[in-house]
Design a protein around this ligand. Structure first.
Ligand code: SF4
Length: 364
């Protein structure tokens, strides 16, 4: 199994079709037609870096499962929907999503280095489309300039690190020039899926005096290859604070051991685990779903095993746009005279008395 420590030659180009997957030995030739039908519906992309992490001898490989198409994607379950996080109703101008008062998304393009089979924006992302025209980008940036309540601009997509350094630099500079923007955050798969892209021109494009956060999407410990860790070190050196976001996925990270390894690998790469997302019900993604009760049990079991630094918030993006709801698990519930608290170490139940404290000052 590849562990990232044994270098092996990576294929030179990104795989984008059933034909490419057959040629790379990732797909049996007799499955070419059924996978081509999936690829015609949802984009396929496997970068050389991701290909090098896959183990073709393992039919349950957690890296391959994230990226290789499956005929099950063409079946939409009744609860699945094309826009599960409801970007559409919160779009004041093309490319902007304004759901919360103090922050807004900017989606300058919809291309990604890889196309995840569970993507919540899978109906929108793809190599062809979704790049804002010059006029559309100007209008989006003008919206940020005219909305002083927004303190945080979140570049997502697609993947903003797929922009040319020139265009990325222009966006970062325009946002940085707005006095009310305090934080620029980028969500990206590039550091793990195409780490060589994190080179000097891209790092220069991220130059800003504002607080810069880079939130890297990774779901398995093996994604933190030596090249990925080096890319993250370069980003940290360029001044980015690093956060991690992951999706709880059946067959990828749905065990305490896999989650522990993932969050330890993140921290060792200087990345603070930020969110563990419950799967959004995008079309054809049911094979990845883990019940919320199971997710809570996994997080509970993890709590005594890793430090608080390695503990993400487990969240559900509410369908229809209600925001991200933390899903727990709770360790404390109220009871007479105080709280009933489960100990993360050992699991014993304790009663903790409510501190009496001083009475609140009365208003005069
Ligand atoms: S990188 Fe993000 S936006 Fe792109 S396909 Fe994967 S989950 Fe979707």
């Amino acid at each position: 199994m590849p562990d990232g420590s044994t270098p092996r030659p990576a294929p030179a180009r990104t795989l984008r079709s059933a034909e490419d997957l057959v040629a790379a030995g990732l797909l049996a030739p007799e499955r070419r037609a059924e996978i081509a039908a999936v690829a015609a519906r949802y984009s396929v992309s496997v970068t050389p870096a991701v290909r090098a992490l896959m183990d073709p001898a393992d039919p349950a490989d957690p890296i391959a499962r994230q990226y290789l198409p499956d005929p099950a994607e063409l079946a939409t379950a009744p609860h699945e929907t094309a826009d599960p996080t409801a970007d559409g109703p919160f779009t004041p101008v093309k490319g902007v999503v304004h759901r919360y008062p103090d922050r807004a998304l900017l989606k300058p393009l919809l291309a990604c280095p890889v196309y995840c089979r569970f993507c919540f924006r899978r109906e929108a992302v793809g190599p062809e489309g979704g790049v804002l025209t010059e006029a559309e980008l100007e209008a989006a940036l003008a919206w940020f300039a005219a909305t002083p309540a927004v303190r945080e601009a979140i570049l997502t997509g697609g993947d903003p690190l797929m922009l040319s350094p020139r265009r990325l630099s222009r966006i970062v500079a325009a946002l940085s020039a707005l006095p009310h923007i305090e934080i620029i955050r980028l969500h990206s798969r590039v550091p793990v899926a195409d780490p060589e892209r994190v080179a000097a021109p891209l790092l220069a494009a991220l130059e800003t005096e504002k607080a810069l956060f880079l939130c890297v999407h990774a779901n398995h410990a093996r994604e933190f290859s030596p090249a990925a860790r080096a890319a993250l070190r370069r980003l940290a050196g360029a001044g980015a604070a690093l956060l991690g976001q992951s999706v709880l996925l059946r067959g990828v990270n749905d065990s305490v051991e896999a989650l522990e390894a993932l969050f330890r690998a993140m921290l060792a790469a200087r990345v603070k685990p930020y969110y563990l997302h419950q799967l959004d019900p995008a079309p054809g993604t049911a094979r990845f779903a883990v019940p919320i009760a199971e997710g809570r049990a996994l997080l509970r079991a993890l709590r005594g095993r890793v430090s608080g630094l390695a503990w993400p918030t487990y969240v559900l993006d509410l369908p229809g746009g209600g925001g991200k709801a933390p899903l727990g698990p709770e360790f404390a519930v109220p009871e007479a005279g105080g709280w009933r608290v489960a100990a993360p170490l050992g699991g014993t139940i304790r009663h903790v008395a409510e501190p009496a404290g001083p009475a609140p000052a009365s208003a005069s």
